[in-house]
Write a protein that binds this ligand. Structure first.
Ligand SMILES: Nc1ncnc2c1ncn2[C@@H]1O[C@H](COP(=O)(O)OP(=O)(O)OC[C@H]2O[C@@H]([n+]3cccc(C(=O)O)c3)[C@H](O)[C@@H]2O)[C@@H](O)[C@H]1O
Ligand SMILES: Nc1ncnc2c1ncn2[C@@H]1O[C@H](COP(=O)(O)OP(=O)(O)OP(=O)(O)O)[C@@H](O)[C@H]1O
Ligand SMILES: NC(=O)CC[C@H](N)C(=O)O
Length: 578
């Protein structure tokens, strides 16, 4: 018979909205308590939002977080939730500096606080810049069970607080997380959660944020592992969710108050808080919900891209979106994403034909709008371009790029006029090799597919159309946009493949150079053509300045351009000597 009903609140917090996040925590705790939860756990830094970046350094922000936490404890009691134990992630500051903390709230009070020990400082994370690491392990005895807490990165490193809690003995381990999505991350996450549960000898309650913050998407995927390492409950990805589990754990009682200090291992101070020493009587558990079906790879990426775009727009106050519909694959995929994220009525597509635009670019663009049921207008740019060409006597590349820039100016004017968010439609492959016009098609506020390699753009288009067919809906993307050869249409009969290697080869080489950080010799050792590798590396290195000025966009890969890959713009190092 179970003795503890737990609820994991997989919620979408907003960075900086301390009052709004607090109201959300209150609301979700009420729902959980109404369903009989004794323990409610929220994600990492849920009160401040995550990541807060340099807001962590601001004393006023840390003080507001701590004050709100204490008020929240009172509000929870006033709302009839004072008998529950609620774990809330929050920012605070003490003499050592800012802390990434999680506190236990009960009976109108903050009864114990844990400070994250391992601070991730790689990839997109900079937590050593912000937080002082903690070394105190509060263990709260609640209805006869000893409950310990660790935070996110604490389970990604060996020999830290989980090992220590395993030694002293806990009955339940809770883990609030802010773990961003990337492709195939679940292959690491699930074994980590189950492995740490086994290590601690206790069920692990892993709760992750959901929703997006700038370039990061949190996919949720909260889960519960039993002490033997079996996943017994799991929340869906990309949706808010309250995950209930009835725990049937034999209370072990603590074995020790101190942790053995191994040389080379961090020391921890165990702090015992007894709130309710006796176990609850056993009760009838809730029926166990089935584990959600894992999403297919393209469905998961699509979910991440939709979430990233929707939350960027909404959290920044945009209700509508505009960008150029060229009839090509990139703008078509961006349009399908925007329609899924904000609804077709929020999408305002614009065809911007120049003298080099083909007939199919216009017809494919209008067919896209028709299929999606979004707004659509045609704004020819030929006359604007002609004025520039004549006045500045433009030829060659300068004349080609003015077309892309006339489009950029037009779209930004429509944004100013109507308040639309402008999307830049570039994909990861183009960003890598600098295949876009700076201040031209690179303008915009958000770039939804900037971390999606071109070959994956096609795969997503085919997948999204097939999904529509399965559901008996109109496939959103015109077949011609998928099958035709990509072209910038900046001069007559131009196609991408005149100047770039075939995308199938390019993406593989880029994967080695960008994601794998391989050097020239390593790439040759993989059997790629030397001349092609040289060219690709030169293109990538030269385009750093352009990438640095590209709009933010959703991260889906292990290494996205931006925070994940920081290279100097002014840089004379060349893998291949000129
Ligand atoms: N290190 C540096 N730091 C700061 N700025 C730097 C710079 N190096 C050049 N620049 C500036 O950048 C300018 C060159 O960049 P930019 O004006 O963009 O021009 P550029 O990169 O030379 O040309 C654009 C390329 O993208 C292709 N394109 C354009 C549009 C769409 C697509 C597509 O299919 O999606 C492809 C087009 O065919 C062409 O190959 C220079 O004139 C200079 O002002
Ligand atoms: N004729 C056009 N009308 C409207 N927008 C355009 C037009 N041509 C280009 N654009 C805008 O500029 C972006 C870059 O397009 P371009 O055709 O140069 O290359 P692309 O990377 O192959 O993109 P796409 O696959 O969307 O065509 C397009 O996605 C679109 O937003
Ligand atoms: N917030 C964190 O500590 C996240 C770090 C961890 N490696 C993750 O990606 O899940």
């Amino acid at each position: 018979m179970p003795q503890l009903r737990t609820a994991l609140a997989q919620v979408n917090a907003s960075v900086g909205d301390v009052a709004g996040n607090s109201a959300m925590i209150l609301d979700w705790t009420r729902k959980a308590v109404a369903e009989g939860a004794h323990l409610v756990v929220f994600p990492e830094l849920v009160l401040s939002g995550y990541p807060v970046e340099d807001l962590a350094l601001r004393k006023s922000f840390a003080a507001a977080n701590r004050a709100e936490l204490e008020e929240l404890a009172g509000k929870l009691r006033a709302a009839g939730c004072g008998d529950a134990l609620v774990v809330v992630g929050h920012l605070e500051r003490d003499d050592s500096g800012p802390r990434n903390a999680a506190s236990f709230l009960h009976g109108g009070e903050v009864v114990a606080t844990y400070h994250k020990h391992y601070l991730p400082n790689y990839g997109v994370f900079d937590e050593a810049r912000y937080f002082a690491p903690g070394s105190r392990l509060p263990i709260v005895r609640w209805h006869g069970l000893d409950i310990g807490v660790v935070i996110c990165e604490d389970i990604w490193q060996n020999g830290g607080p989980v090992a220590a809690l395993g030694e002293v003995g806990v009955d339940v381990l809770v883990c609030p997380n802010g773990s961003p999505y990337e492709r195939a991350k679940d292959d690491q996450r699930t074994p980590l959660v189950t492995g740490r549960a086994v290590e601690a000898g206790a069920p692990m309650l892993y709760v992750n944020l959901v929703g997006a913050q700038d370039e990061l998407v949190f996919d949720g995927d909260s889960m519960v592992s039993d002490a033997e390492g079996r996943i017994v409950a799991r929340a869906p990805q990309f949706a808010e969710h309250l995950l209930f589990t009835d725990l049937d754990v034999p209370a072990g009682g603590y074995t020790s108050t101190t942790v053995e200090v191994d040389p080379g291992r961090p020391a921890f101070e165990v702090q015992r808080i007894v709130l309710a020493p006796d176990p609850l009587p056993g009760y009838e558990p809730l029926p166990e919900p089935p584990l959600p079906e894992p999403l297919s790879e393209p469905a998961e990426v699509w979910g991440a891209l939709v979430t990233g775009l929707r939350d960027y727009a909404h959290k920044n106050g945009f209700r509508t979106i505009t960008f150029g519909f060229s009839g090509g694959i990139d703008s078509a995929v961006c349009a399908a994403l925007a329609a899924d994220a904000l609804g077709p009525d929020a999408l305002h597509g614009v065809s911007l034909p120049s003298t080099h635009s083909s007939e199919h670019s216009r017809s494919d663009a209008s067919e896209l709008a028709e299929r999606l049921g979004c707004h659509f207008q045609v704004q020819p740019i030929a006359e604007m371009v002609e004025v520039f060409d004549r006045q500045l006597e433009l030829t060659g590349l300068a004349a080609e790029n003015v077309q892309a820039r006339a489009r950029g100016v037009t779209l930004m004017a429509l944004s100013n006029l109507h308040g639309h968010l402008v999307l830049a439609t570039g994909n990861k492959t183009e960003l890598a090799v600098g295949y876009s016009t700076i201040y031209g098609d690179a303008v915009g506020g958000f770039a939804p597919i900037k971390d999606v390699p071109k070959t994956l753009v096609w795969e997503l288009a085919r997948w999204r159309n097939a999904e529509a067919e399965k559901r008996g809906e109109v496939p959103p993307i015109p077949e011609n946009s998928i099958s035709k050869a990509p072209s910038a249409e900046l001069r007559p009969d131009q196609v991408d493949q005149d100047t770039l290697p075939p995308y199938e080869i390019l993406d593989v080489v880029l994967d080695g150079y960008v994601e794998g950080d391989l050097g020239y010799a390593d790439l040759l050792a993989r059997g790629y053509d030397a001349e092609l590798v040289e060219r690709v590396l030169q293109l990538v290195d030269r385009a750093e300045y352009k990438r640095r000025q590209y709009p933010p966009g959703t991260k889906i890969t292990f290494k996205a351009f931006g925070r994940d890959r920081r290279l100097p713009i002014t840089n004379r190092w060349r893998e291949v000597k000129p």
